[in-house]
Design a protein around this ligand. Structure first.
Ligand SMILES: *Cc1c(COP(=O)(O)O)cnc(C)c1O
Length: 424
């Protein structure tokens, strides 16, 4: 580890939880240079929904490179981009009756969020944005301004302005209608809430603790935005690309957000790639008004298109995700029941579920124990109190069960230890 300690900035984070050197990965497995095997329930924070080096995707990239296909082309046309746009339109947008233009931004999620906020402000001529408690949207200045987490916000060291924060679905409990509250604030010229350009939200909050917006709440927010002439930006960077069981996390609510951001698993291969989907009538960009050298990663076009062709031409993956999600729920309930003495709770939806351990300390211990047992898994939430299961969507049921066994064992070991400490 000497070179990492010597050379790498203190800003590194995941490496602290998993202090080994990985040198190989396949599907749901990570391997270290000393030959250890881990099951990966982190999946690149949701960037590896199809697992590592997926064989159904890999060959397309290998062939493309072998044929000297375009690697970098600024935002010029390439056949890889053409194919991606065609496949994305035909297999993802059209079957869902969605009409959007695609803006290729810089390759990370936060680049897409910056572009989404910028176009919303340009269209409306307003500066204010409404974002939500526990929302996470990235770490560049515009995106971190709409992010809730104080640790990330504090890193900015400049004023993060032009944002009003509102309570997310269920923030004050299921009985408080936070949309009604927002409606009152937005209707009152003396409330102090300036009419925003847009609202930005996740349908399931990935980093903020796997808080789920109900379909009714999403529909009500959509209606509220329309009523007040506010644009709706749905940040589907983490919850999208099948993670919740449908390609987009908000599909079941039947809404059509004005602007959608996608990144993380869009390339399907762990390659950096981000887009903003904009309703055609809202595409008011001037040529080059928002740009970036690495707009559209041609290798990612190839892998994204291959993944969509393979996994989204029918509903097999969706059904498999729903089945695996049920298994996760069942196994999590069993863990929660077994340790009922110390309250635990179930969070999330689809294959973004977690166990609420109430304290970050306990959740951290469970994840550390899981790592000892051969499982890579991380926490999420405002106090890092949620143990978050992010297995690949394509994981084999046996491997999923094995991972869940390891997690169950880790909970049992940590809780036995906690009981001992309490008794002594
Ligand atoms: C990860 C994430 C981002 C930021 O993406 P980066 O690639 O880390 O910049 C934005 N929004 C959501 C919902 C995310 O999960």
């Amino acid at each position: 580890m000497k070179i990492f300690d010597e050379m790498e900035s203190e800003v590194q984070s995941y490496a602290r939880s998993f202090p080994v050197v990985f040198n190989k990965a396949k599907d749901c497995y990570l391997y270290t240079d000393s030959g250890e095997r881990y099951i990966d329930f982190l999946s690149g924070a949701g960037s590896l929904n199809y697992g590592h080096n997926n064989d159904n995707i890999k060959q397309a990239l290998v062939d493309y490179i072998a044929e000297d296909g375009i690697t970098h082309g600024l935002d010029m046309h390439s056949d890889a981009k053409r194919n991606f746009l065609e496949v994305f339109r035909d297999k993802i947008l059209a079957p869902r009756d969605m009409e959007y233009v695609v803006q290729f931004t810089g390759p990370t999620g936060t680049n897409a969020v910056e572009a989404a906020l910028k176009i919303a402000r340009k269209i409306t001529g307003r500066s204010n944005i409404i974002s939500f408690t526990n929302g996470f949207h990235g770490c560049s200045l515009g995106a971190v301004a709409v992010t809730g987490n104080q640790h990330h916000r504090g890193g900015a060291n400049v004023s993060l302005c032009d944002v009003d924060r509102m309570p997310f679905c269920g923030y004050y409990g299921r009985d408080v209608d936070t949309v009604k509250m927002m409606d009152k604030l937005l209707s009152d010229p003396s409330s102090g809430i300036d009419k925003p350009a847009a609202m930005i939200l996740e349908a399931v909050q990935g980093e903020g603790g796997l808080n789920v917006a109900t379909n009714e709440w999403l529909q009500a927010v959509d209606k509220l935005c329309k009523k007040h002439g506010i644009l709706l930006i749905l940040d589907d960077i983490q919850a999208g690309c099948g993670r919740t069981g449908t390609f987009f996390s908000f599909e079941k609510a039947g809404i059509k957000p004005d602007v959608i951001t996608l990144s993380k698993s869009l390339s399907a291969y762990g390659l950096p790639f981000a887009v903003v989907l904009i309703k055609p009538e809202l595409d008011q960009w001037e040529p080059g008004e928002h740009n970036g050298t690495f707009r559209g990663n041609n290798h990612a076009f190839v892998t994204a298109a291959a993944a969509i062709e393979h996994y989204w031409s029918d509903n097999k993956l969706e059904l498999a995700v729903q089945e695996k999600a049920e298994l996760v729920t069942k196994r999590f309930k069993k863990i929660i029941d077994a340790h009922g003495g110390i309250a635990l709770g179930l969070k999330g939806r689809g294959l973004m579920q977690g166990i609420d351990c109430r304290t970050g300390e306990l959740a951290g211990k469970v994840c550390a124990q899981a790592f000892k047992n051969g499982l890579v898994i991380e926490t999420s939430g405002n106090h890092s109190q949620i143990v978050k299961c992010f297995c690949p969507l394509t994981i084999a049921t046996e491997a999923l069960s094995e991972g869940l066994d390891k997690l169950e064992q880790s909970f049992a070991e940590v809780f036995a230890d906690e009981k001992l400490k309490k008794a002594s």
